[in-house]
Design a protein around this ligand. Structure first.
Ligand code: PMP
Ligand code: GLN
Length: 382
């Protein structure tokens, strides 16, 4: 039987492909973004406790009140915005579910969604499934900054949503206050919804400030802000995240959420509620924790022929490999994995049209020292 595909452009994600290749060739896996160190013990204990106490049935669809209140308090503390835990916060099964819900709920067929390339791979399939069209605006190929005039030029009467991501995957680039001002000016007077993907909100370096949309009242009024506990608490496999949006946007978002997953894994919600409230220093110190890893890894890379680009935030290091090879990035990353024993992620899958001649690969440094040391030992031989 011929199955007509709804997603003709979609294959297996580059993260799955590279992790499998790493496994097949016993490569050190610096590809797919996940920590290889344990989650905080308190979180494990709280999860076990929640299950033992019988928190195992459906949670309220929008999330347990204790977790939504903890998120509201944290949001106020971090960004100075008071959000209504009942009407504005929805707990989801990872940021991925939140991104999917927001697009399905808010974007109608034939409308347009502006994405900034390179962008995370789950955006466009969700736009396609909504019957809408992704309009790709490239970031600067060197420093991954936004040319706001190009974004302005891409807006049409059909534009329904703009998607942004800071700190940025794959580059680590972060918005500054000037970006937020440009963004506010750009959207003022339009009906465009802003989807702000802030899953790396606490992984920020060198004393920089995360420009959450939640700090900017004018922007927050038209935005869905999405985060993920997977990044903040070293548990990407738990798949718990959330969306914060004004009541009218949240009401539409929840229509999709309640029929997509209905609710998110209940015991983890109790565990996160306890963790956020009782151990705020975990997220407060996360930037320093990762900065130490970034700095050490970058120092080690100086002994290789890979040229590291700056990393303001997130847990990915981009490297320019042009001194090593002239292969395109997909071929280079396969070669690096199979022949040299280190798995990396090429950037081209994050683009509609990758910049010609770009020779960059992404390495994840959310790893224990011994993993990074093993990778460096192999990279030194390039
Ligand atoms: N957005 C970005 C930029 C990401 O890097 C990721 C995953 N690492 C997600 C969304 C999805 O997050 P989650 O695993 O919580 O679904
Ligand atoms: N977000 C992770 C990354 O960028 C991958 C998540 C996934 O494999 N779906 O590496």
């Amino acid at each position: 039987m011929q199955i007509p595909t709804k997603l003709p452009k979609v294959g297996t994600t580059i993260f799955t492909v590279m992790s499998q290749l790493a496994l097949d060739h016993q490569a050190v896996n610096l590809g797919q973004g996940f920590p290889d160190f344990p989650v905080p013990q308190r979180l494990v204990d709280e999860l076990a406790k929640a299950m033992a106490e019988g928190r195992n049935q459906y949670a309220p669809a929008h999330g347990i009140p204790a977790l939504r209140q903890a998120i509201a308090a944290k949001t106020e503390r971090c960004y100075g915005r008071t959000v209504d835990a009942d009407a504005e916060i929805t707990v989801t099964s990872g940021a991925s579910e939140a991104i999917f819900n927001a697009i399905q709920a808010l974007v109608r067929p034939a409308e347009e969604v502006i994405v900034l390339d390179p962008c995370y791979d789950c955006y466009e399939p969700a736009i396609d499934l909504a019957g809408a069209r992704a309009v790709h605006v490239p970031l600067d190929p060197v420093d991954f900054s936004v040319d706001w005039q190009r974004v302005r030029d891409a807006i049409t009467p059909r534009t329904r949503m703009l998607m942004v991501n800071t700190p940025h995957n794959p580059s680590g680039a972060m918005f500054g206050t000037d970006d937020m001002a440009a963004l506010a000016e750009l959207l003022r007077g339009t009906g465009i919804v802003l989807l702000s993907d802030e899953v790396y909100e606490h992984i920020i370096f060198d004393g920089r400030r995360h420009e959450s949309v939640l700090r900017h009242p004018e922007l927050a009024e038209r935005s869905v802000v999405i985060s993920s506990f997977g990044k903040t608490y070293h548990c990407t496999g738990w798949k718990v995240g959330y969306a914060i949006a004004p009541p009218a946007l949240s009401a539409e978002f929840r229509k999709v959420h309640q029929y997509n997953t209905f609710c998110t894994f209940a015991p983890a919600q109790w565990a996160f509620a306890a963790m956020i409230t009782q151990e705020p220093k975990h997220y407060e110190q996360l930037g320093d924790f990762y900065q130490a890893k970034r700095d050490r890894f970058r120092r080690q890379l100086e002994g290789t022929r890979l040229k590291p680009l700056p990393v303001p935030g997130g847990y990915f290091q981009l490297v320019d490999y042009s001194a090593v090879s002239d292969l395109d990035d997909a071929a280079f990353c396969r070669w690096l994995t199979i022949e040299k024993g280190v798995a990396a992620i090429p950037l081209s899958p994050f683009y509609e049209t990758p910049p010609a001649g770009q020779r960059l690969a992404r390495l994840c440094f959310a790893k224990v020292e011994s993993t990074l040391d093993a990778a460096i030992e192999r990279l030194e031989k390039l």
